[in-house]
Ligand binder design. Structure first.
Ligand code: SF4
Ligand code: SF4
Length: 149
């Protein structure tokens, strides 16, 4: 009687193993859905929204922003601080400070849509990490661009 149960268990185990192997072999030659982060990155959808970023003027390399403050006044989360002044001899103002509190931003896109000179866009930056939230409460969007001041 004991031997009969033992054989039954062995047969059951064998079929269970075959079922597992069938699933494994079915996936061996398919394209992996994962990537080898951080050496590789997954392709981002076109409509991906990272934090907002300042665009540069093609001619000067300076920020495109004319410090009209439309984005800051219309931001529903009140998370933009922008100030500006006229560089010497220039006709238009230019931003000398543009800070984003990304911890409050809802990525609604109002600031990007409302900007009269198309100075803002969404970045493709999705790998943000820090030990302190302060790095995201005052993100300096002018930092990587040239400045006349
Ligand atoms: S995306 Fe929306 S919430 Fe974020 S800064 Fe722009 S207007 Fe404000
Ligand atoms: S709306 Fe555009 S031009 Fe006006 S302050 Fe914002 S980024 Fe600068």
């Amino acid at each position: 009687m004991m031997e009969c149960c033992y054989i039954k268990e062995v047969v059951k185990g064998f079929f269970s193993l075959c079922t597992g192997m069938r699933v494994t072999m079915g996936n061996v030659f398919t394209r992996p859905a994962t990537v080898q982060w951080p050496r590789e990155s997954a392709p981002l959808p076109d409509r991906f929204r990272g934090h907002i970023m300042m665009l540069a003027d093609d001619a000067t390399g300076y920020p495109k922003c004319i410090a009209c403050t439309s984005c800051a006044r219309n931001c529903p989360s009140q998370c933009i601080i922008v100030t500006g002044k006229k560089p010497e001899g220039a006709k238009k103002k230019m931003a000398d400070r543009f800070e984003l509190d990304f911890t409050k931003c809802s990525l609604c896109g109002l600031c990007v849509e409302i900007c009269p000179v198309g100075a803002l866009d969404f970045s493709r930056d999705y790998a943000l990490a820090s030990y302190t939230r302060n790095d995201f409460t005052t993100m300096d969007l002018l930092q990587e661009l040239g400045s006349p001041f």
